[in-house]
Design a protein around this ligand. Structure first.
Ligand code: URA
Length: 181
């Protein structure tokens, strides 16, 4: 896919919204390109849209999203000052993990977003995001440090929902993302 002629994030997101590169497109209500300022100091990357995201076309608006909002607030950040997206932009059926082929098909969009946003820090929330960008998994070992210059691995908000004991570390990772570096 050649995205080199697409120069602004609005055009890129329009392209994502009409994308048919993988089978997830046939099951979606709306694609979820992501939202936030461009350029952005902080970019947050999750896994894939869920039910409420599919219905609204907005990232992290379900239960995990509300937890993310609270964690951002506790870290001294406002949702409106970070760019939020996911590795794949369409909801997988029954919220299953995205397949390798779906992640690969969607990857040029994520790369183009990273290029346009030019963030100082890319927060990789969960193993799917860590694997997609760093080729590594294992949150417990990777989290909380800046890797490859600007990547910070942390928990996926849904994991924090399942285990509230992770909230303090999640907030401290988001604080680290807000700098100073
Ligand atoms: N989980 C994600 O990874 N992304 C969303 O947009 C919502 C839930």
């Amino acid at each position: 896919m050649n995205l080199s002629k697409i120069e602004d994030i609005t055009s890129l997101h329009r392209k994502i919204c009409s994308c048919k590169l993988c089978d997830l497109s046939s099951g979606r209500t709306k694609a979820v390109p992501g939202e936030g300022p461009c350029p952005a100091k902080i970019m947050l990357i999750g896994e894939a849209p869920g039910r409420e995201e599919d219905l609204t076309g907005r990232p992290f608006v379900g239960r995990a999203g509300r937890l993310l909002d609270r964690a951002l607030f506790d870290a001294g950040l406002r949702r409106s000052e970070v760019f939020i997206t996911s590795v794949v932009k369409c909801r997988p059926p029954k919220n299953r993990k995205p397949k390798h082929s779906e992640i690969a098909a969607c990857h040029p969009y994520l790369e183009a977003q990273m290029k346009m946003l030019n963030p100082e820090v890319v927060c990789l929330m969960g193993n799917v995001a860590a694997q997609a960008i760093l080729g590594m998994q294992g949150i417990a070992a990777l989290r909380g440090r800046i890797l490859h210059d600007r990547c910070l691995v942390t928990y996926h908000p849904a994991a924090v929902l399942r285990n509230k004991n992770l909230m303090d570390d999640f907030v401290s990772d988001l604080k680290k993302a807000s700098g100073p570096y």
